[in-house]
Write a protein that binds this ligand. Structure first.
Ligand SMILES: Cc1cc2nc3c(=O)[nH]c(=O)nc-3n(C[C@H](O)[C@H](O)[C@H](O)COP(=O)(O)OP(=O)(O)OC[C@H]3O[C@@H](n4cnc5c(N)ncnc54)[C@H](O)[C@@H]3O)c2cc1C
Length: 476
């Protein structure tokens, strides 16, 4: 290293090409549920880490919502000390195997990586390396449980077991508090288990993280709906503080004529049936799902992409993604859009559904759409889609999945008097997630609206710090 921390072999590092990650071939993976991306191999990972130039002020760290010490862990990979790399990662990120797979790195750490700047620059594959290290640690059986402080005698209830709740629970357990997580569904993990499909995030990875959490002494109680089984007020009588991380699982619909016809699902229901209830293996598993021959998925985000690719894997002959803007404007991750395209999803862009038509059995048989064109930019800077008059047309379908977004889960706000909300989201007073009720904190999608895994984790971590401070000082 030179005095300013920049490696002396800078030219060599810049010259090293980006290492590719193997994937299942598109025509094979489009018909199975196993993971699409297979992960970097050891030698390639080492070479990829060598592409880091150890900037004096690493923009990648500021680009990461939880501030992972990226050069720190890459340096360990380069040295070949993978256990050391895992230790660095876990200091700030409880779920590196998850984040390495699903974080939008191309908009965060990798977007500002100095190696990627300039005409031919390609950013270091930080996410893939994060995944590589986390997978190595899990498979090595050498994962170390974090140190836990002496018991404080304080009890905290965490409502919801998504990334926000799990991160908050882990950090509070480390502080020595007794933590119980209450989850409405029969399995813990939130969207990581019921939403994101197996082919992007194997459920065994989430299960391993939950096992690690339980090994830290965190109790997880499933099938417990706060607001129904017990209320927040009830829990406050038993616990010293509460963290609410109930997410944004309320699906939006377009309120179109015919939307109640059979065969029209919300993406949440469709994905939950397949991922959580194992409907792809019906009747071995109890829950069925319609295996449509001609499926339309409405929307352009990650959720739409997951639903479309799931429909393909369930055996659909045609899966059509209907989106009112153009492909370039889709909010989904670029990689997911490319994967969906390679697998054979039909992109019907600049098209908007108007109504659904049904058959004599009350099942959807067609979606009537109108063509759109991009008009003037709206307040968000994106060009507004405008209907092209006279372009109405019908597309024959037997299944529709509506994936146009989700709102905050309403049950806890509705059953907790005095809990302030805005447009359904719980209002947090500051970064620690303090709500209008003393001792009640909130974070993740229930505060932010539908966002990302890493932002939910960041919120869980900040809230844990806030809860710990409150429990130690009593200050509110
Ligand atoms: C299909 C899909 C794909 C996605 N893909 C990506 C991606 O690739 N990358 C990315 O970064 N983000 C992605 N996201 C978004 C990301 O998953 C969320 O932002 C994140 O999971 C939010 O975490 P959370 O902990 O706030 O909530 P959630 O993960 O929603 O977890 C909330 C939990 O609370 C439980 N709960 C709700 N109400 C109650 C109650 N009353 N009592 C008890 N428990 C309750 C729920 O059952 C759930 O388990 C995706 C989302 C979806 C739906």
């Amino acid at each position: 290293m030179s005095d300013n921390g920049t490696p002396r072999d800078l030219k060599q590092r810049y010259k090293t090409p980006k290492q590719e990650m193997p994937c299942q071939p598109a025509e094979v993976r489009a018909r199975n549920f196993t993971e699409v991306a297979l992960g970097l191999l050891g030698d390639n990972a080492k070479l990829e880490s060598y592409r880091c130039i150890y900037c004096k002020e690493p923009a990648c760290v500021s680009g990461c919502p939880v501030g992972v010490d990226i050069p720190g862990f890459l340096h360990e990979v380069e040295k070949g000390d993978l256990a050391g790399a895992a230790r660095v990662l876990k200091r700030t990120n409880l779920l590196p195997a998850v984040c390495g797979r699903v974080c939008p790195q191309e908009e965060q750490c990798e977007a500002v990586c100095k190696v990627g700047q300039g005409k031919n620059g390609v950013a270091v594959s930080i996410g893939r390396l994060e995944r590589f290290v986390a997978d190595w640690e899990r498979n090595s059986g050498m994962a170390q449980a974090p140190e836990i402080a002496a018991p404080t005698g304080k009890k905290v209830a965490v409502v919801g077991s998504g990334p926000a709740g799990l991160t908050c629970a882990a950090d509070l357990a480390r502080c020595g508090h007794k933590v119980t997580v209450f989850e409405a569904l029969h399995k813990a993990g939130g969207v990581l288990v019921y939403g994101i499909p197996e082919f992007r995030l194997p459920k065994a990875i989430v299960a391993a993280e939950i096992k690690a959490l339980e090994a830290m002494g965190v109790e997880i109680v499933c099938n417990f709906v706060v607001g129904l089984t017990r209320t927040v007020d009830d829990l406050m009588k038993e616990y010293d503080a509460i963290f609410v991380g109930t997410g944004a699982g309320l699906p939006y619909f377009m309120d179109l004529p015919g939307e109640n016809l059979g065969g029209i699902y919300s993406a949440n229901e469709y994905l939950t049936r397949v991922n959580l209830m194992g409907a792809y293996d019906f009747p071995k598993n109890d829950t069925p799902v319609i295996r449509g021959r001609r499926v339309a998925v409405v929307g352009g985000g990650n959720v739409a992409m997951d639903a479309a690719r799931t429909a393909l894997r369930l055996g659909a002959e045609e899966v059509r993604l209907i989106y009112r803007r153009s492909r370039e404007e889709m909010p989904a991750r670029k990689e997911e859009v490319e994967h969906a395209h390679e697998e054979g999803v039909n992109f019907t862009m600049l098209t908007n559904p108007l109504r659904y038509h049904g058959d004599e059995r009350g099942r959807v048989s067609a979606v009537e759409c109108v063509k759109m064109e991009l008009g003037e930019p709206g307040p968000d800077g994106r060009r507004k889609p405008v209907e092209v008059k006279g372009s109405e047309h019908k597309i024959p379908v037997d299944t529709v999945v509506v994936a146009i977004g989700n709102g905050p889960n309403p049950l806890v706000p509705r059953t907790t008097p005095g809990l302030e909300t805005k447009k359904g989201k719980i209002l947090a007073r500051d970064e620690s997630g303090k709500t209008s009720l003393r001792g009640v904190f909130a974070g993740g999608d229930i505060v932010l609206g539908a966002a990302t895994v890493i932002l939910a984790m960041g919120a869980g971590r900040k809230a844990a710090k806030g809860v710990d401070e409150y429990l130690r000082t009593g200050a509110w």
